[in-house]
Design a protein around this ligand. Structure first.
Ligand code: BG6
Length: 444
């Protein structure tokens, strides 16, 4: 089936870094008949946009083959749309209809700042989309619980749920998808995946880059809404859900909901939160001079169910840290057994799920070589050559496969989990500064 892929925000940061390179790879594979409409506010004609892409090409397309880039560029038309101008949507829909023919589908990808979704929804009806057309909404989905409900209600007035794809690109990462396999396709891990054996769980998504030219966006969201509410909580649910009834979107979402409903921030949770801001953030473009927006957050929480009660779980994310690294670490309890005393301390077992930049699973265990105790590491190596998550997710959307997209009630529960944290943040005037390239704030 022919697909017309309509990218709103086509000259923005996300389009440049992730979406355009991904759609380029999908087009290159030649499996789908795709036309692209790049939508933006700029007064571009097609040639301006092609030039813009050529300039990106050197930096962003992994494949530098001139023929491939040329073929890709030929598939694109640029269309100016001012988001609150209905006549622009009508013009856009004329272009869509020209391109998609009788049986094609349209996919609208909204890569614009989430506060613009309302403008799009106010005008989307003018486009006369078909029921088989689809819309991809980026995260954050809303700004808090109430605004996410309001947004969802508005979406439901314009689109059927079947048409709506709420994206969290971490779910498209191969190593994140592998979590369910690792846990449930093996016999040896599930029996110890509980509070009898696990001491603590740490999930972190550290980034070495700063906010770049997204200061305006970031000021409205900060690390809690940009990363914690979505990517980190999604990884946490995959590490902690019970085995889903089947491998489909609804069964997995049902299990995620149960976990999110049982997450508790501790009674004195203020003690368990660290908010930080990298030095130099205030000088970034679009950032207010007195901004208290957090570029780093670390919280401790607990899952209150029979499997996990008592296990502290630490979620951390930050920008401008020492290195880019996303990991889930399961630390097991100490076996203080006098049997091995003469060999030195026995180390705790540990399972490390490396999500990026490498995609490995490391298992640490004790053993003996000659007269010495040694720690061994057994490794599942996935390599680094997997598809960009967006490529997987956009292809799934083209094929109508929703398994890796987020159901609204899951998002709603994620906002509920963070409610107290957001209130605390809004009322708190204190933010810990940290050096760029460090491990985050030093906190006593
Ligand atoms: C996005 C955030 O969702 O994820 C960005 O908005 C962040 O701020 C990005 O940089 C990180 O994604 P990845 O795949 O590079 O870890």
């Amino acid at each position: 089936m022919k697909t017309v892929f309509v990218l709103f925000g086509s000259t923005g940061d996300l389009a440049r870094r992730k979406i355009l390179p991904s759609i380029f790879e999908i087009c290159k594979s030649g499996k789908d008949d795709i036309k692209i409409i790049a939508v933006g506010r700029r007064d571009f004609d097609n040639n301006d946009f092609y030039e813009y892409l050529w300039n990106l090409g050197k930096e962003f397309f992994i494949d530098q083959n001139i023929d491939n880039i040329n073929n890709f560029i030929k598939k694109i038309d640029y269309q100016k749309v001012v988001l609150d101008k209905q006549e622009d949507y009508i013009k856009l829909s004329e272009k869509i209809n020209d391109l998609k023919g009788k049986n094609g589908q349209t996919i609208i990808h909204l890569s614009v700042s989430p506060e613009h979704y309302h403008l799009f929804l106010d005008n989307a009806k003018a486009m006369n989309l078909d029921k088989k057309d689809k819309v991809i909404f980026e995260k954050p989905f809303g700004n808090d619980l109430n605004s996410s409900i309001e947004l969802n209600n508005k979406i439901n007035l314009v689109f059927d749920e079947e048409q709506v794809y709420r994206i969290d690109h971490y779910l498209g990462k191969e190593a994140v998808q592998n979590i369910i396999f690792f846990r449930f396709a093996n016999l040896i891990f599930e029996p110890i995946w509980n509070n009898k054996y696990i001491d603590n769980i740490q999930i972190f998504a550290n980034e070495s880059i700063g906010v770049g030219d997204r200061g305006d966006y970031y000021e409205n969201y900060g690390a809690i809404k940009d990363m914690l509410q979505n990517h980190l909580l999604q990884m946490l649910t995959l590490v902690s859900i019970e085995k889903p009834k089947s491998f489909d979107a609804n069964s997995i979402s049902d299990e995620k909901i149960k976990i999110l409903k049982s997450i508790k921030l501790g009674k004195n949770f203020e003690k368990d939160i660290i908010l930080g801001q990298y030095k130099g953030y205030l000088q970034e473009k679009g950032v207010g001079t007195n901004s208290k927006t957090e570029t780093y957050v670390s919280i401790k929480l607990e899952i209150n169910n029979s499997r996990f009660t008592g296990i502290p779980i630490y979620l951390t994310t930050g920008k401008c840290l020492k290195e880019k690294s996303t990991k889930i670490i399961i630390n097991f309890k100490n076996i203080s057994d006098s049997l091995f005393e003469s060999f030195g301390n026995i180390k705790n077992n540990k399972i490390e799920l490396e999500i990026q930049t490498d995609e490995n699973i490391n298992i640490y265990f004790n053993g003996k070589i000659d007269e010495n105790r040694k720690e061994f590491k057994s490794k599942f190596e996935k390599g680094t050559n997997t598809k960009e998550a967006y490529e997987k997710l956009i292809k799934d959307c083209i094929d109508g496969n929703k398994i890796l997209f987020t159901r609204f009630d899951v998002l709603q529960e994620s906002w509920i989990v963070l409610n107290d944290l957001l209130t605390y943040k809004n009322n708190s005037n204190h933010i810990n500064q940290y050096d760029k390239g460090s491990d985050g704030p030093i906190y006593n």
